[in-house]
Design a protein around this ligand. Structure first.
Ligand SMILES: [Zn+2]
Length: 78
């Protein structure tokens, strides 16, 4: 498989933290996905996509245990 962005064939399964938005909050989900080691592009298979959808639903229903790891701040427009 070649990266569609940079044409590199340096693609490996890696654990990444996927960001899922829940209202104004962001939930990090550690997931194993294919990542281009050259440009960082992530490739999601059907299973990963389904998992993200499922977690997004559970977040909406507040049916997912999460812990606070940081805060989100906003600065005035630059
Ligand atoms: Zn790439």
């Amino acid at each position: 498989m070649k990266c569609v962005i940079c044409k590199s064939s340096d693609i490996q399964m890696k654990i990444v933290e996927e960001e899922i938005k829940a209202g104004r909050d962001i939930v990090l989900i550690p997931m194993e996905v294919l990542v281009c080691l050259n440009c960082g592009e992530r490739y999601y298979d059907r299973k990963a996509m389904r998992k993200i959808e499922e977690l997004r639903d559970r977040l909406k229903r507040h049916d997912l245990e999460v812990e606070e790891v940081g805060k989100v701040f906003r600065a005035p427009a630059a």
